[in-house]
Design a protein around this ligand. Structure first.
Ligand SMILES: *[C@@H]1O[C@H](CO)[C@@H](O)[C@H](O)[C@H]1NC(C)=O
Ligand SMILES: *[C@@H]1O[C@H](CO)[C@@H](O)[C@H](O)[C@H]1NC(C)=O
Length: 466
């Protein structure tokens, strides 16, 4: 009843052409059943429905989760009906949660043709669009690749992806007027024209081929300075001269050693070959360039005329845990916006709050552990110092003393008693020290193992990238 004319009009316009070709929020238990696992290789990782280790809402947060470490994933799901990109604006939107604190892994979606074979789907399969985040080490980007005349074209300047552990919503809009928008969490990350931000079309302007450089065009930046003349006798200055300081050695025997000659040294007056000075050319006209004219061969034909039959996920990840969710492919931004608001926007703040709480709890736990470790280390250190002191005092005793001690043993029981006590005390200390050492060793081993695994994974990822 409260609808005014304007919103009625928008409703009408939206409902005429608006169509959803694919929509999936993974809320149904069998929602993975329409995703076909590729058989293009044997080691494709398993996907699972999970809300992640922590979530804003157990049910709503459930999504398609990459569940195995260091794996390729190649899955696709058919659209409800094929989408002709020739006749429709393209709106592809989905959320990605790198819950695992991503080190290296893609989270993008490919739009596959209706002729695609899901069982053969792999990295080489043709697609019309590839869109979404991709992170590896310090390198983080949002791909927006458009296939044009069988060539995949990356954006000239790719936007950065977010690497935090929250759920982020990525939206790609490509309109029939060849403008585009990339949104991250509802805000425009990039927008503009396809012609400017991808090298898809030929250059709009070219140098006029009918123009030639005029004969009198002076493009010498500098010219010789005619006032600069070569000094007289300049060429007579020798490069080397006889060392004036050299003297004939007193034991030099002309008969035996031959005539003495003083050694040569570099002449300080020698300035090299004479060169005339250069000065700025007052007639310099700059580099010549032909006038730019509109490129007669410019064309934007064939742009995104493919059809889409499948949504494809074809990525590699080192650490598992990436969650894809809330996927929608439509020709109407309003549809995607409404879907995004329902599935993602309403949960964002809750997720941020929960993540903050978890982070704080983990921080407290870490600090407590750190403090315990520090105390243990201090204790071990102190014990070691005391040990060192004791060793110092009692140190070098000749081996023979043992016999003497045995003698003393019988003679002075009290002394031996004290000795035994001391020994027991030392033994206990030694034990404590050994324990602390063992613990530290174990910890170091664990850390080393973790690092080694990580390095191995990184290497594998690198290999894969190559
Ligand atoms: C990009 O977005 C800005 C801000 O919304 C808008 O002013 C501009 O017209 C957009 N550019 C294109 C090419 O759509
Ligand atoms: C979704 O939410 C945003 C932000 O509140 C709002 O601007 C937009 O109109 C909403 N979309 C729809 C279709 O209601």
């Amino acid at each position: 009843m409260k609808l005014n004319l304007l919103s009625l009009a928008t409703l009408f316009v939206a409902s005429v052409n608006s169509k959803i070709f694919f929509q999936e929020d993974f809320s149904s238990e069998d929602s993975l059943s329409r995703w076909v696992k590729s058989e293009s290789r044997k080691d494709i990782g398993e996907i699972k429905l999970t809300p992640g280790e922590w979530s804003a809402d157990e049910k709503n947060s459930i999504g398609l989760t990459l569940s195995e470490d260091a794996r390729f994933y190649a899955y696709s799901a058919p659209l409800d009906s094929p989408m002709s990109l020739k006749d429709n604006d393209l709106v592809l939107q989905f959320t990605v949660k790198y819950q695992q604190n991503i080190d290296c892994g893609g989270a993008y979606i490919k739009l596959l043709p209706p002729t695609a074979d899901p069982k053969a789907f792999n990295g080489d399969s043709p697609y019309s669009i590839m869109f979404g985040p991709d992170v590896c080490g310090a390198d983080s980007k949002v791909h927006a690749i458009i296939n044009h005349n069988d060539k995949n074209n990356e954006m000239i300047k790719k936007p950065l992806a977010l690497k935090d552990q929250l759920t982020h919503q990525y939206t790609l809009v490509i309109k029939k007027d060849k403008t585009y928008e990339i949104r991250l969490d509802n805000s425009i990350l990039r927008n503009g024209t396809i012609a400017e931000d991808w090298s898809i079309f030929p250059p709009k302007e070219i140098s006029d081929p009918s123009e030639t450089k005029p004969a009198d065009w002076d493009d010498r930046k500098t010219i010789p300075d005619v006032t600069d003349v070569k000094p007289e006798n300049y060429d007579d200055i020798p490069k080397q001269i006889v060392d004036p300081k050299a003297e004939k050695p007193s034991d030099w025997d002309d008969d035996m050693d031959g005539d003495w000659e003083a050694p040569l040294i570099d002449n300080p007056d020698y300035k090299g070959e004479w060169k005339q000075k250069q000065i700025d050319n007052p007639d310099y006209k700059g580099e010549w360039a032909a006038k730019l004219i509109p490129n007669p061969d410019y064309t934007e034909e064939n742009f995104l005329e493919q059809s889409v039959g499948f949504i494809g996920i074809d990525v590699w990840t080192v650490k598992s845990g990436t969650i894809f969710d809330n996927i929608i492919l439509t020709n109407d931004f309003e549809e995607a916006s409404a879907f995004g608001n329902k599935t993602w926007a309403d949960y964002v703040q809750k997720e941020i709050d929960i993540k903050k709480k978890i982070d704080e709890e983990e921080k407290i736990k870490r600090e407590e552990e750190e403090s315990i470790r520090k105390k243990q280390a201090e204790k071990a250190q102190k014990e070691e110092e005391e040990m060192a002191k004791l060793e110092h005092v009692e140190m070098p005793e000749p081996a023979n003393d043992e016999k003497d001690l045995e003698l003393e043993d019988e003679l002075k029981p009290e002394a031996v008693n004290a000795e035994a006590k001391k020994e027991a005390k030392e033994e206990a200390k030694e034990e404590a020290k050994e324990e602390a050492k063992e613990e530290a060793k174990e910890e170091a081993k664990e850390a080393k193992k973790e690092t080694k695994e990580h390095v191995k994974e990184e290497k594998e990822a690198e290999k894969d990238e190559l």
